[in-house]
Design a protein around this ligand. Structure first.
Ligand SMILES: [Zn+2]
Length: 243
């Protein structure tokens, strides 16, 4: 179920059921001449939609404008790079609201630049700061950590917001990453084929399209994409509802 579509009573029911909140986070970044520049967010949204077909989850509106560092081009190429401090403040404010809605388990899902990059770190930093700040906001006194009774009342500190790569270890292999190459092009061919134009792969094509002799943007295919999608979705379902 999409958070944007919910009526307040449905939100209340989801919170009471302890439904996890899935938060797609990505960026606008050039992905070669053949692929949609929103790929890294779109593929997470497609995975979330498939998870939601199997188990009860709520899907938050995506964070579309994450940091890119202009590593693969500038705005004219289709890449946006926000002010990092502003992005981090925005992320923290919205994550706080998700917690205040009552969600106890929030998964931020990322398919862009890895877990030590500015995008993932913005979410991790916000999560760890909120873990402390919200306890003080609830009126607990400074020094609560040392008080056994208060600690029990506070409950688990960490883990309410879990920032993870879209491809969990259980899904790799068969799933893998790259940039607009064999894997990402296949992911999009399997989920949103109308957003891929293989015929555009001619002339001055960027280096990342041909990183491998046999497995590259040209040989990408929906069958490989589907195998990866299935593995990624299954790994997430196993993580979220292990029973
Ligand atoms: Zn990508």
């Amino acid at each position: 179920m999409y958070l944007k579509h919910m009526r307040p009573y449905q939100l209340k029911q989801a919170v009471e059921r302890d439904d996890p909140l899935l938060v797609p986070a990505g960026c606008i970044e050039t992905h070669g001449p053949h692929m949609a520049i929103g790929h890294d967010t779109i593929i997470v949204e497609e995975i979330c939609a498939r998870i939601a077909e199997e188990i009860n989850v709520v899907i938050a509106p995506s964070f579309d404008y994450g940091p890119t560092g202009y590593a693969l081009g500038g705005p004219a190429d289709g890449t946006i790079d926000p002010d990092y401090a502003a992005f981090g403040a925005h992320v923290k404010a919205i994550l706080k609201n998700f917690l205040e809605m009552g969600f106890k388990k929030i998964y931020v899902i990322i398919m862009h630049q890895g877990m030590e990059a500015p995008l993932a770190l913005a979410f991790k930093k916000a999560a760890s700061e909120l873990a402390f700040e919200l306890i003080l906001e609830q009126g607990y006194p400074r020094g609560w950590w040392g008080d056994k009774a208060l600690m029990e009342k506070v409950g688990p500190i960490w883990g309410h917001i879990d920032v993870q790569p879209m491809i969990l270890p259980d899904a790799s292999p068969p799933a893998g990453g790259d940039h607009a190459g064999y894997n990402e092009t296949s992911f999009l061919l399997a989920t949103r084929p109308e957003l891929v134009e293989p015929a555009r792969l001619e002339g001055d094509v960027p280096w990342y399209c041909r990183q491998h002799e046999e497995k590259n943007s040209w040989t990408a295919n929906a069958a490989h994409g589907q195998v990866m999608v299935d593995a990624v979705v299954n790994a997430w379902i196993k993580k979220i509802s292990p029973s």
